[in-house]
Every structure is written in structure tokens, then in C-alpha cells.
Ligand binder design. Structure first.
Ligand SMILES: [Zn+2]
Length: 115
């Protein structure tokens, strides 16, 4: 169910992007990237997007494409990057250090829109 709110927010930012860029023609495609660490699933996004897009003439005909991206952990000590699927994996797989930060996988990103 929490995907509904996330999709609503995504639709809002999508409309903002259109406004900022002065896009007035209906969109054909929207490419979305969802980080695995958000714990969101792909299918509900498609489902809710298809419901929500009908309320906006700019989005009504657009097709949503969703790509899931793995979480990525950067180690400040040894510089290596580790792919992670859960946010609790905070130790570097190379050196075992905990001086790490997540650099990918926590966000929903609008990658591309096609008019
Ligand atoms: Zn390390």
C-alpha cells in the first residue's frame, strides 16, 4: 500500500518537471529507476500509475517503464563499492570496515521522459 503514496509523489514531481521544462505535449514514456533499498516493488507502481495518470492530460497516454537498481555501498576506508540488497548490510565486503555510506538504491529517480 505504501507504493500508492510513493507513486502519488512521483506523479507530482513528474508534473513539476513538465512545468519547469515548459512541456505542454502529452508524454509518451516515463522511465523510472527504483532503488532496491526502498523496499518498493515494481508492479504496484505500474498499477497505481495507470490509475493516477488518467487524472492528468499530460500523463494519460504515457507508458511507465521501471528499472530496479541495486543498493550500492561505498567504503571510505578502502574505496571499494559493494552491492547490497538490504540497508542493514553496512560493513564493507572487502575490508570489513564500517566506515561506509550508501550511494545508490535509496531513491526513486525519474530517469527520462519522452514526448
Ligand atoms: Zn572497505
Amino acid at each position: 500500500m505504501h507504493e500508492l503514496m510513493a507513486t502519488q509523489e512521483m506523479v507530482r514531481s513528474l508534473l513539476n518537471v513538465c512545468q519547469e521544462k515548459g512541456i505542454e505535449k502529452p508524454l509518451k514514456q516515463v522511465d523510472l529507476e527504483i532503488g532496491e533499498l526502498t523496499t518498493y516493488e515494481k508492479e504496484p507502481f505500474h498499477y497505481y500509475y495507470d490509475l493516477l495518470k488518467k487524472e492528468h492530460s499530460l500523463l494519460a497516454e504515457s507508458v511507465l517503464s521501471v528499472e530496479m537498481v541495486l543498493g550500492k555501498l561505498h567504503c571510505e576506508d578502502c574505496g571499494s563499492e559493494n552491492f547490497i540488497s538490504k540497508e542493514i548490510e553496512l560493513f564493507c565486503k572487502e575490508c570489513g570496515g564500517s566506515n561506509t555510506r550508501i550511494i545508490q538504491g535509496k531513491d526513486i529517480i525519474i530517469k527520462k521522459i519522452e514526448i
